[in-house]
Design a protein around this ligand. Structure first.
Ligand code: AMP
Ligand code: MG
Length: 364
């Protein structure tokens, strides 16, 4: 029988402070609590996440979140086997807040702790929610990340493609700003697109002419800017119907790129002959119903199971960190006080980096 653990997970790498309790064994665990305090209101006026504000807000909310997570799960510190904390990649101030907090807690309680890669947290979520067997294909589409990963084990991730510039969530947010729609941009574009004509404007499908699974979204945003300016010139301002049509055209372009690249990624993945092939999605953009429906159609066509964790476990959360920590802890991993907070930490260090490879190494 596999050993059971109770793990406290802590996440603070971007703009969500979260703590959670996950209990169970590898491949069969339950979320007892998952307390998330978002920061949308704090960053709204700035049109994006302000790292310094984010870090301060994490410091203020970490203890509150941990207390609520324990209370809701009806678990006492005595019963926690280990503390798992996001130790990168992310905004360094936020990651540091979480790591320092976890170190203090582990030291005061004399508990083991383990640093978790935030991306591994997302990538292992299908094991927490559905007990999915390795290997599976993961499409991570969020505000800061975009990659296809073949997840082979709790610590073997093969990246077979990703964005060479903006993440899709970033493109949704920037496009919403160009169209005068509220932040976060994803939900407001999805809403506007419901009343728009997706064929009204012709926008590019970047990198489809290039082999492989890499993607690019920054040119799409520039194309939206040009189209918007043309509309403004023509009508003396952006009409509601222009806004809706552009939102629908943009969303369709993103979806077309994701579907075509997923098709290619699945071809590579299926060469491994997985017994029960699965495409899992994670990240805030996976909340988009239009994109989901198109990915589901693709999976149906290829005989692959489509799996999307519930939204609360798709976006940044402590439960995924607790579960990834459980897998690491069960495999004998533990850290000591020298654990560093890392702004950059690619999951797959063998594949060439996509963006931002500088002196400090690959970004993601
Ligand atoms: P995350 O980075 O995982 O915390 O998710 C936040 C990102 O997801 C932001 O860039 C949002 O605009 C994006 N997002 C949230 N909901 C949607 C949606 N319905 N459609 C597209 N993007 C979305
Ligand atoms: Mg977030």
């Amino acid at each position: 029988m596999k050993p059971n653990y109770t793990i406290l997970g802590i996440e603070s790498s971007c703009d969500d402070t979260s703590a959670a309790i996950v209990q169970g064994c590898v491949g069969d665990a339950r979320v007892l609590s998952n307390c998330v305090v978002g920061q949308n209101d704090l960053h709204k006026a700035f049109g994006g996440v302000v790292p310094e504000i984010a870090a301060r807000a994490h410091v203020e909310k970490l203890d509150v979140c941990v207390e609520s997570a324990l209370h809701e799960a009806n678990v006492h510190f005595d019963n926690v086997d280990a503390i798992a904390v996001t130790s990168g990649p992310g905004l360094i101030g936020g990651v540091l807040s979480g790591v320092m907090f976890a170190k203090g807690l582990a030291s005061a309680l004399n508990k083991p702790f383990v640093g978790v890669n935030h991306l591994a947290g997302h990538a292992l979520t299908p094991r927490l929610t559905h007990g999915v067997e390795f290997p599976y294909l993961m499409l991570l589409i969020s505000g800061g990340h975009c990659q296809f990963l073949i997840v082979k084990s709790h610590d073997t991730f093969v990246r077979i493609g990703g964005t060479i510039d903006d993440a899709p969530g970033e493109a949704f947010d920037k496009t919403a700003r160009l169209l005068g729609l509220p932040q976060p941009g994803g939900p407001s574009i999805e809403k506007a697109a419901l009343n728009g004509n997706k064929d009204q404007f012709s926008l590019p499908r970047p990198l489809l002419d290039r082999k492989g699974c890499d993607m690019s979204f920054s040119g799409l945003k520039t194309a939206v800017l040009r189209t918007r300016d043309a509309c403004v010139d023509q009508h003396g301002g952006l009409t509601i119907s222009d806004q809706n049509d552009l939102a629908a055209s943009f969303q369709t372009a993103i979806s077309d790129v994701l579907v075509e690249k997923s098709k290619r990624a699945m071809k590579t993945y299926l060469e491994l002959s997985p017994k029960e092939p699965v495409l899992a999605v994670a990240g805030g953009v996976a909340a988009n119903s239009f994109i989901r429906e198109n990915l589901i159609s693709l999976c149906d066509h290829l005989g692959v199971d489509f799996l999307a964790p519930p939204l609360s476990l798709c976006t940044d959360n402590g439960a995924m960190i607790a579960y990834a920590g459980l897998e690491l802890f069960a495999a004998g991993h533990m850290h000591d006080m020298s654990l560093a907070a890392r702004p950059r930490w690619p999951l797959d260090t063998t594949s060439p980096s996509l963006i931002g490879h500088g002196k400090k190494g690959a970004k993601a």
